[in-house]
Design a protein around this ligand. Structure first.
Ligand SMILES: *Cc1c(COP(=O)(O)O)cnc(C)c1O
Length: 369
């Protein structure tokens, strides 16, 4: 990866881009001995809630644990069926599985997110919730999903791991349902120096349960009042995240700018389908966690770009969750399976210069000509 001209993701850059700031944050936190659930965590949680408009934000060990605890706090019971879009990380389904509930995969649509029109056919008397993944920094059509949830009396949970700052009709991803998760994995838009995550909720009851669940079931007096986990966001990681958060709007603007550049250069290639252009639909505000294209001759393009020194990635190792047959899935989802033969992510991150983006585009254009 180090010798690529344009690596898919530049991990050291997230530290070196603001090394001085981070060193002083780390020194400050460590000299205070403020390692577990201190002021820095509380501050970051407040900023996260303010930014998203969620009533509550709870820092947790990672988004997967967050989602699992969100379902727990929301009252999901053994045997409940939860619908999710199969184009997601296996973590989405695992969070359901480890609640002894049943993950039921449904199709992605042409925007690569949960297809609302595929939801109703999967609903059974056991269905309790719909859990869209707000994928690639885009929020699903939540009006359509909410309408189905209302009609059938279902809860909504969101896997918003990739979508901090993304909006549908002005409302932030992660604030539509009972609870949602955000991920701070290093390659996520807001990344920390290891694992980290948060749960967002508007319910005071869910919030209070989450505080217990993430800390061994202990209440504010240290008394154990239910079975809990150890799933806290490290105070040091919270401080590192908070230090980056003030700059977050700039990060989103730049990512949308890169998407505009890709659109300008690659939009005319008939062999490609690009993600929606940043300002093309007033209902959607996309933050471009990823830039996931569909490409003719995808595998050959990937090899060609690698030879040119351009890193690319096929999301989830190239399989939708229901295609992991060893997990017991038996569904076939033709549209999603077709997508997985065509999808490819090209570089989208803060270490890219305009020249890098141009080089990626030139290389793609060369391949097809
Ligand atoms: C990254 C990611 C997760 C998992 O996040 P962690 O913080 O690593 O647990 C879950 N779902 C989606 C869609 C993701 O992209």
């Amino acid at each position: 990866m180090g010798n690529l001209k344009v690596p898919f993701f530049n991990y050291p850059h997230i530290f070196t881009s603001k090394e001085e700031t981070f060193l002083s944050v780390i020194q400050d936190v460590c000299c205070r001995g403020a390692f577990i659930m201190q002021k820095d965590l509380a501050d970051f949680e407040q900023h996260l809630a303010d930014y998203t408009g969620a009533k509550y934000a709870v820092g947790v060990a990672d988004a997967t644990n967050g989602l699992q605890m969100g379902l727990m706090a929301g009252g999901i019971k053994p045997g409940d069926e939860i619908l999710f879009c199969s184009h997601t990380m296996v973590a989405t389904a695992a969070a359901i599985h480890f609640n002894n509930a049943i993950p039921v995969p449904v199709e992605a649509g042409s925007d690569h997110l949960m297809n609302p029109s595929s939801i109703e056919a999967a609903i059974t008397p056991k269905t309790k919730a719909i859990m869209p993944t707000q994928l690639n920094g885009r929020t699903a059509n939540m009006d359509a999903i909410q309408a189905i949830a209302d009609k059938h009396g279902l809860m909504i949970f969101e896997d918003a791991a990739q979508a901090l700052g993304s909006k549908f009709k002005g409302q932030s991803a992660g604030t539509f349902g009972v609870a949602s998760c955000i991920s701070f994995y290093p390659a996520k838009i807001l990344g920390c120096f290891g694992d980290g995550g948060a749960v967002l909720t508007n319910s005071e009851d869910v919030y209070r349960k989450l505080l217990l669940l993430r800390d061994h079931g202990r209440d504010e007096n240290g008394e154990v009042v239910l079975w809990g986990l150890n799933s806290r966001l490290d105070n040091l990681q919270a401080a590192v995240l908070d230090a980056q958060f003030s700059d977050y709007q700039h990060v989103i603007d730049r990512r949308r700018g890169i998407a505009d550049l890709y659109q300008e250069q690659l939009g005319k290639l008939e062999q490609l389908v690009l993600p929606p252009t940043p300002s093309s639909d007033p209902d959607h505000f996309d933050v471009f966690q990823n830039y996931e294209i569909e490409a003719e001759n995808r595998d050959e393009l990937k090899v060609y770009l690698a030879e040119k020194g351009v890193g690319t990635l096929i999301q989830w190792g190239g399989k939708a969750v229901h295609q992991f047959r060893k997990l017991g899935f038996t569904q076939t989802l033709p549209f999603t399976e077709k997508l997985f033969e065509r999808m490819l992510m090209i570089p989208m991150n803060m270490s890219l210069s305009d020249d890098d983006v141009q080089y990626v585009c030139d290389s793609v254009i060369e391949f097809y000509s």
